[in-house]
Design a protein around this ligand. Structure first.
Ligand SMILES: [Zn+2]
Length: 327
């Protein structure tokens, strides 16, 4: 049967599973006996390079660098708003959904993200609190700078009105225009305070998302390090029987921790990439401290809604040996 036969969606999985069961019965040990000396060992826990110092000190450093970045981005936002003459940081949709503020927050949170990864720290409660406080201060800083530098007919506004008064004026006199209709639009009045609060929350939320994303990576609790990505490999096929036969030894390799052989066998299977109906992907990450390699094998199929994961097809394997991906 040619491998590019069209396989209807509802027959691939049953045929694959039947073929998988036949393979398991016919070849309980599909990998050759390992040679007595098997493969190079990953570099062992060399004294973990990188940042010295206590965890609390590093957490503090993350907070300081993250907060400084938030304030620097806020200053840049002020400058850009003046430059383009449009308050994009306060852009909203339907008067209540903040658009500009969360996007600006994502940018402003980049420092937290980078510092977490750089110093190999997971976000703590204190990190989130610092990010939220920096978010509120950062958003207010945009208006503080407006007040500080605003001049009206050669007179510095800050010589005439205080910052609080200025903020009251800004919030109560915001004008909203619906796209399409020109004109002066409506004044927000008291709603301006609510809008301002929504934007502050949106800006802070963007930063918090970046803090969360910074910690959203495999972490070695023993070495206190984020894993490094070693490689990724995708192969696809439209033939359920050939897929089952090729993946049987790969899955076995995952189960017994022979990841390098699994990667090699998987490389020779199907078509590189994800063009065909069924795609399997191997991802390998490693801890640079202890050399632990963590491999993941997942499958996805295509249907008219796009690509979706195959439920139940998820394998994890670990090894202390080095894993190389064929070029
Ligand atoms: Zn480790």
């Amino acid at each position: 049967m040619p491998s590019n036969d069209f396989i209807p969606i509802n027959t691939f999985i049953p045929r694959f599973e039947a073929a998988q069961a036949r393979e398991a019965a016919a070849r309980p040990n599909p990998l050759p006996e390992p040679p007595p000396q098997s493969g190079p060992t990953a570099p062992k826990a060399a004294p973990v390079e990188g940042v010295k110092g206590s965890d609390a000190g590093k957490d503090l450093l993350v907070m300081v660098l993250g907060a400084v970045t938030v304030l620097a981005v806020a200053a840049a936002i002020y400058w850009l708003v003046e430059f383009v003459g449009y308050p994009f940081h306060a852009q909203m949709m339907w008067l209540v959904f903040p658009i500009g503020a969360p996007i600006c927050g994502l940018v402003a949170g980049a420092g937290f993200w980078l510092a977490l990864r750089q110093f190999h720290r997971r976000p703590q409660t204190s990190t989130y609190v610092a990010a939220a406080v920096a978010g509120v201060l950062g958003y207010v800083l945009i208006y503080f700078l407006m007040w500080w530098f605003l001049e009206s007919q050669g007179v510095r506004v800050r010589d005439e009105v205080g910052f609080v008064e200025f903020m009251q004026f800004v919030m109560e006199n915001q004008r909203v225009r619906h796209s399409g209709s020109g004109g002066e639009g409506a004044e927000l009045g008291q709603w301006g305070y609510a809008q301002f609060a929504i934007n502050v929350a949106g800006f802070a939320a963007g930063i918090l998302v970046m803090v969360q994303a910074g910690g959203n990576k495999t972490f070695c609790p023993r070495c206190k390090r984020y894993f490094r990505k070693v490689g990724k490999q995708s192969r696809s096929s439209t033939n359920p029987e050939a897929t089952a036969a090729a993946l049987h030894p790969v899955i076995h390799g995952f189960r017994v921790g022979r990841i390098q052989e699994a990667v090699q066998l998987h490389a020779d299977f199907g078509t590189p990439g994800n063009r065909e109906y069924w795609t399997t992907t191997i991802t390998v990450e490693a801890c640079t401290g202890c050399g632990l390699h963590l491999a993941t094998l997942e499958a996805a199929i295509k249907d008219n809604q796009g690509s979706r994961p195959v439920p139940g097809f998820f394998f994890r394997g670990v090894t202390l040996q080095a894993v190389r991906f064929p070029a």
